[in-house]
Design a binder for this molecule. Structure first.
Ligand SMILES: Nc1ncnc2c1ncn2[C@@H]1O[C@H](COP(=O)(O)OP(=O)(O)OP(=O)(O)O)[C@@H](O)[C@H]1O
Ligand SMILES: [Mg+2]
Length: 113
């Protein structure tokens, strides 16, 4: 579905932008509680726990943006969340500051993404 490709593209863009010293990212489709999760993983700057909710809001940019002098407007993740929720799914982030982040998109419990 096209909107989900846009969401995936945004996560991959971020993974690349915020891992300038480790410019490889991993995208995988893997099982999670009987569903197929899409995970985008990087070995970049990571995201402080205190920022992990706020970055999904529109126009919110985190410390990785300032630290890496990375351009952007802070709308990517807000769009990702909107798209995923519109499909009945969810998105979340896990991160180890200084070591990297993993964004996971999950389809709705009952069906397709
Ligand atoms: N993979 C990541 N690693 C570290 N920080 C991230 C990552 N993805 C997002 N962030 C943080 O979350 C903030 C919000 O991300 P979002 O994609 O919404 O906006 P942006 O990348 O700053 O700008 P835009 O996507 O609009 O060009 C970023 O400014 C950055 O601080
Ligand atoms: Mg972005």
């Amino acid at each position: 579905m096209e909107a989900l490709a846009v969401a995936l593209r945004n996560l991959v863009d971020n993974a690349l932008k915020y891992s300038p010293d480790q410019p490889a990212v991993w995208v995988e489709w893997g099982p999670e509680n009987g569903r197929v999760a899409i995970r985008v993983r990087d070995k970049g700057m990571g995201i402080a726990e205190s920022e992990r909710n706020a970055i999904f809001r529109k126009f919110v940019r985190g410390s990785a943006a300032a630290a890496g002098n990375v351009r952007g407007t802070g709308v990517g993740l807000a769009m990702v969340r909107q798209i995923v929720i519109a499909h009945g799914g969810s998105v979340r982030v896990e991160s180890d500051p200084g070591r990297g982040s993993t964004f996971t998109m999950l389809p709705p419990a009952s069906g397709r993404v």
